[in-house]
Design a protein around this ligand. Sequence first.
Ligand SMILES: Cc1cc2nc3c(=O)[nH]c(=O)nc-3n(C[C@H](O)[C@H](O)[C@H](O)COP(=O)(O)OP(=O)(O)OC[C@H]3O[C@@H](n4cnc5c(N)ncnc54)[C@H](O)[C@@H]3O)c2cc1C
Length: 377
Amino acid sequence: MKTRLVVLGAGFGGLELSSMLSEALGESLDLTLIDRNDSFFFGFSKLDVMFGHQTPEAVCISYRSIVKPGVTFRQEAITAIDPEARRVTTDSGTYNADVLVVALGADYDLDATPGLVEGGNEFYSFAGAERLREILPTFSKGRAIVGVTSAPFKCPPAPSEAALLLHDFLSQRGVREACEISLVMPFGVPIPPSPETSQALLAAFAERDITFVPNRLVRALDPGRHVAILDDESEMPYDLFLGVPKHKVPDVVAASGMTEDGWIPVDPKNLETRFPGVYAIGDVTSVGTPKAGVFAEGAARVVAQSLIAELSAGESPRAYAGAGSCYVEFGAGRVGRVDVDFFSGPSPTGSYTEASVELAAEKGHFGSSRRARWFGL
Ligand SMILES: Cc1cc2nc3c(=O)[nH]c(=O)nc-3n(C[C@H](O)[C@H](O)[C@H](O)COP(=O)(O)OP(=O)(O)OC[C@H]3O[C@@H](n4cnc5c(N)ncnc54)[C@H](O)[C@@H]3O)c2cc1C
């Protein structure tokens, strides 16, 4: 009897895990990969879509392209997870697993920020980015706020990137002088583990006349008065609000009883949950790294290696290092890179490589190498 692996979620974590296991184990693998969507897109594609750099169709990669020995993809919505029994129910059936991996990412709770739905926009969901693609060309004067409403949130550089790309977008349309841009963030600096990256971003904001509002969250919007209300009750007037909504685990995960304080706790060394034979990787966990694709991928590799060791007497993995590189869009076709390490030292560290067109090409390669590896494209 083959070991039955069931992987929930075909995002960064689920795709990397399935690819590594398939490469190592081939047809001896029995892995079912389940996702409700018909296609994958990179988180950073949302910025490309909202600013009109790419069409929504161009950034979506169909799951039909997954052809991997030992892997069966099912497009189904997961409706229940029983971690004790390792049983998963979907809108089409039931799956019993010997090993279960939860890689369902983070969802958004738009209603947690009063006024956001009625009076603002969010750019973190694909639908939100698509809507903004229509709205942004109509904004030609007034005050724009890029605002974070809650922590933790995915890809900590993304709000800074959105502010810088908005500057470019308005400049290219010749309306930048008539607009103000502010960025509200819950940290003292844009990227706390990397002072160098933060310095570079703060310098870029200053050069572009973008106001950085540190240590604050946007608590609510008052659409009638067009003001954003911050967590110290101060108010900022706005004409365009681009928000990062509150994050939460998908409802099916919350209902499974696996979470504590909102996220799935895991052993940071090996990503095991407290349920035998059940792992969790990526944004759905509280492992202690930022919610970003590179970290989901790193966690997937550790789980894959330990499963390969178990199933084919391979080498056991080293403990999860919590390290990864994030690309940061600075606008004007330039991209910086921050290499962060969360678990090696007593506190997180991050080194910065200055923004350049060469790094923009490297980011392009990051995307195309995943397309090739995960989808054979
Ligand atoms: C604007 C923006 C920019 C970003 N830029 C970057 C970047 O430059 N670099 C980087 O590393 N990260 C970036 N990210 C973050 C990155 O996209 C996520 O952290 C990453 O996708 C997390 O991977 P994951 O595998 O944990 O979850 P996900 O990739 O979110 O995958 C989870 C999957 O689970 C599926 N799912 C959820 N619920 C169900 C259900 N009930 N039934 C079936 N399927 C379900 C979803 O459809 C999804 O495909 C960015 C994010 C945003 C929003």
